[in-house]
Design a protein around this ligand. Structure first.
Ligand code: ARG
Length: 588
């Protein structure tokens, strides 16, 4: 099923061309702000009237007389200075519901006709350090972006650009060498059980023991010269850290696997070539010993040209050099049409400059789109960046554990009859779901305050509310089974629908717009459009269920109502599970 918005936009644009005798007119169709005006509103008539120096209302009338949407909408209404209001026909709504019913997998959401190959760069933790709450947003927002784009039919290539090649690895390898040498060749796994503890030990020595610090710096040089023994120790450390990261991805239900890792070390062998090419092309020059590119339009606060440094005076390459190499790889090898980067706002300038330099070097052209998708910070209840009481970063694992423990209390209260293991499973789904949903439901670009109480509330736009809404619809179906009503048979027998009540229509209208929610969320990379849609769906369902009996409905009404229940459950499930990666327990 094509998006209704797109069909209407096309038809109205065509009618505009006819009415104005001018090519290239474009209507903008938006969902109506208020249901009393209908379902959609077309804008763009006023702008066109201005161009043609004509009366907008008359133009709107001419457009409407050239417009045929009778298969979808009631007679279009002109409002105000030239808006065109459109109301969906009941038959259209009913047919659309039947289409969704047929397509269990995709709920009749059509694939895009402009499929691209899209690289999504997200998560990218600096390994050898524990993942903390700062990594949470990139990881889960990036994952949701991948899920949406994939569902729309794009080819998605996730890339985990981990920090695995910085100078801190000299320190770590040296520490491994000095304290676990026996273990270093074969038994390393057993001797470093806690990577973070290991990092802390090494850092402490580095800061207090000058001899160790000097040896560490030597070790970096050896590592960068690829000395086999050092390299194999480094590999050990990287593998150990990754082993600590994957369980967290799994816990968060994030689709990142070892094949998606292309970290800084992967690009290391390609960095001198990047710098050489920039020099050859006359883009890079030496400035105070370092090799720099001065992309046009970037100034420091004194108004002087701002450099992107690609090689330091000691020969070391930088974060930016790696990102330039990554662009070349993604364009040339991965054949990306588009590259999306998901990091916090503080890297904004970095990416702007890197994108610009890549373009100057001819590594990207107008066909490749580069997008930096940013997000705000996670704050504590005090409004400052979330920290532990002692001022350290909050560890992701501890945060998720606490969410699950607290969710368990909510589940115990709500449903003490369930078995211990059932309640454990639900608590897991609710706890992790709550953390993710709270993040998704906030405006991506704003900071938000992390509050267990709010995210675990049973009321409001929260994961437990949505999960409960889902379980509640499913419970209707369980009740039906108990009364020996065969729902599947009844649903299968449906050929036409019998929609009459306002709350039925309200719910039905919303159900057929799921695709619209996904496409608009993906266009702007805003998961909160999905959570907003789902929340509204749950509310409309509630209103319907309060007004309209389902199992006790008259024979001629029951199949339609059962279908409304079933599609509501399936849509919530798809949204939570498939798009947001949040589990939907059948019972709560
Ligand atoms: N490791 C980086 C950090 O923690 C994030 C990497 C983002 N991706 C990139 N291509 N630079 O800040």
């Amino acid at each position: 099923m094509k998006l209704i918005l797109d069909i209407l936009e096309q038809r109205i644009s065509d009618a505009m061309v006819k009415a104005s005798g001018q090519g290239g007119c474009a209507a903008i169709v938006k969902p109506a702000v208020d249901a009393k005006f209908g379902d959609y509103q077309a804008n763009g008539v006023m702008a066109l009237a201005k161009q043609l120096k004509t009366n907008p209302r008359q133009l709107a009338e001419k457009i409407v007389s050239n417009l045929d949407v009778s298969d979808i909408c009631e007679q279009p209404q002109i409002a105000g200075p030239g808006f065109i209001n459109l109301r969906l026909k009941p038959e259209f709504i009913a047919n659309a519901l039947l289409e969704i019913k047929k397509d269990t997998e995709n709920l009749a959401v059509e694939k895009t006709n402009k499929a691209e190959r899209i690289v999504v760069d997200f998560s990218g933790p600096n390994i050898a350090k524990q993942m903390h709450v700062g990594h949470l947003r990139s990881t889960i927002i990036g994952d949701c972006i991948c899920r949406m784009l994939k569902f729309m039919g794009h080819e998605v290539i996730p890339q985990n650009h981990i920090g695995d090649w910085g100078t801190q690895f000299g320190m770590l390898v040296q520490h491994l060498l000095e304290t676990r040498i026996g273990a270093a060749f074969g038994e390393t796994q057993a001797s470093v059980s806690d990577m973070e503890e290991f990092y802390r030990e090494a850092k402490k020595r580095y800061d207090t023991d000058e001899k160790f610090a000097a040896a560490s710096r030597d070790c970096v040089v050896k590592l960068h010269n690829h000395e086999p023994q050092i390299l194999s120790l480094w590999r050990n450390i990287v593998n150990l850290s990754l082993q600590e990261i994957y369980p967290k991805y799994e816990l968060l239900n994030v689709n990142l696997s070892p094949e998606d890792v292309r970290g800084e070390s992967f690009y290391n062998p390609k960095l001198s070539e990047v710098v050489n090419e920039l020099k050859q092309k006359g883009l890079a020059k030496e400035s105070q010993g370092a090799v720099c590119v001065f992309p046009e339009g970037f100034k420091n606060k004194d108004g002087e040209p701002l450099p992107l440094i690609v090689q330091k005076s000691d020969g070391a390459f930088l974060y930016a050099t790696t990102d330039l190499a990554a662009i070349r790889y993604r364009v040339n090898e991965l054949k990306a049409d588009r590259i999306i980067y998901v990091t916090d706002l503080r890297q904004g300038l970095h990416f702007e400059m890197v994108f610009k330099v890549a373009k100057m070097a001819g590594w990207t052209d107008d066909k490749v789109k580069l997008q930096h998708i940013t997000f705000g910070s996670v704050l504590g209840e005090d409004g400052k960046p979330l920290k532990t009481r002692s001022g350290e970063n909050v560890k992701l694992k501890e945060l998720l554990d606490e969410a699950v423990t607290r969710a368990r209390k909510v589940v115990d209260e709500k449903n003490p009859e369930l078995s211990e293991s059932q309640r454990d499973n639900i608590a897991n789904a609710v706890g992790i779901g709550a953390v993710k949903y709270a993040d998704y439901s906030n405006n991506r670009t704003s900071d938000y305050i992390f509050s267990f109480d709010k995210m675990l509330a049973m009321e409001g736009n929260t994961a437990p509310y949505m999960q409960y809404a889902y379980a509640r619809v499913r419970s209707i179906e369980r009740k039906a089974a108990k009364s020996e009503l065969d729902i599947q048979a009844e649903l299968a027998g449906i050929e036409t629908l019998n929609l009459t009540e306002p709350t039925e229509f309200d719910l039905a209208r919303h159900l057929i717009r799921y695709g619209e929610a996904i496409y608009s969320a993906a266009a702007d990379f805003r998961p909160n459009f999905i959570t907003g849609y789902l929340y509204e769906l749950a509310q409309k369902f509630s209103a319907f269920y309060t007004e309209c009996p389902v199992l006790k409905a008259d024979k001629d009404k029951r199949p339609t109502r059962l279908l409304l229940c079933d599609l509501t459950a399936r849509t919530i499930q798809h949204g939570l599970q498939y798009v947001l990666g949040i589990e939907t327990p059948e019972q709560m």
